[in-house]
Ligand binder design. Structure first.
Ligand code: IPE
Length: 245
């Protein structure tokens, strides 16, 4: 089983609010159709969720955020999710939306049976699709749950063979300005200037990846603009990107 995160920067145009890169999405999804293993998809927020969460100053910390902000972030994620679901559907997949509120309770605790249900769903010819979202927390608080965090939460229980982060870059860089790619993340320090957003940017992403790797799950960061690289990584052919194992 493979868990794949479609990063917000590869599915949306981060320079322009509320716009998707439909061609890019379709090309990736078409390539994924050739994968023989079961897959679970998570997607990020990009210029949808992040756009509004920045506007309303909402973060991963549970707090009392603006109600309109909560609502608009959630709506924008449903909208983006619909576009992703359609792309999978049109390509011949049977996507099955599984929002994070299905498997995280009001205390922020993962619900194991629900996550195992997701695994069963993926074995039955359907592709569970989840996404970063704003979640309700008890005492009238809420928080932004990133898709990267979802990758770790699911990996702990599902124990996939691979966790793949599809980025808008070749992988993780040790020097962003010079695009110096880290092939093996194990001992190298990422350049944190690479991504900066309301869920903690590249630092948090790498932390999640490290947590996944400690579960004995191989982690890949690959460029979604070169969808063949995703397939090569899955098939263990040749790998261009960042690996953590
Ligand atoms: C963000 O999820 C979700 C919201 C802002 C609601 P991610 O943090 O995983 O999104 P990307 O991949 O970085 O855009």
């Amino acid at each position: 089983m493979i868990i794949i995160k479609l990063g917000g920067s590869i599915i949306t145009n981060k320079q322009k609010s509320l716009t998707v890169k439909l061609n890019r999405i379709n090309k990736i999804v078409e390539k994924l159709k050739t994968v023989k293993e079961e897959i679970i998809i998570i997607h990020g927020g990009g210029s949808f969720g992040h756009y509004w969460s920045l506007k309303y100053n909402m973060h991963t910390k549970p707090m009392k955020y603006n109600s309109h902000g909560i609502s608009i972030v959630k709506n924008s994620m449903v909208e983006l999710n619909k576009i992703i679901l359609n792309a999978f559907f049109k390509t011949g997949f049977n996507p099955y939306v599984f929002p994070a509120s299905n498997f995280i309770n009001v205390h922020g605790i993962p619900i194991i049976e629900k996550i195992l249900e997701m695994k069963e769903i993926s074995k039955s010819g359907l592709v569970p699709i989840s996404y970063g979202d704003v979640l309700w927390r008890y005492k009238r608080r809420s928080y932004i749950l990133s898709g990267d965090r979802i990758m770790t939460i699911l990996s702990k229980i599902i124990k996939p063979r691979l966790a793949i982060f599809i980025l808008n870059e070749d992988g993780i860089y040790s020097n962003f300005a010079k695009k110096k790619l880290i092939y093996k993340l194990n001992n190298e320090k990422p350049d944190i200037k690479m991504i900066n957003d309301s869920t903690g940017g590249i630092e948090r992403k790498c932390n999640e990846a490290k947590q996944i790797q400690t579960l004995n799950v191989k982690v890949f960061f690959v460029n979604g603009n070169k969808p063949n690289r995703i397939i090569d990584a899955i098939n263990n052919v040749r790998f261009v990107g960042t690996l953590l194992e």
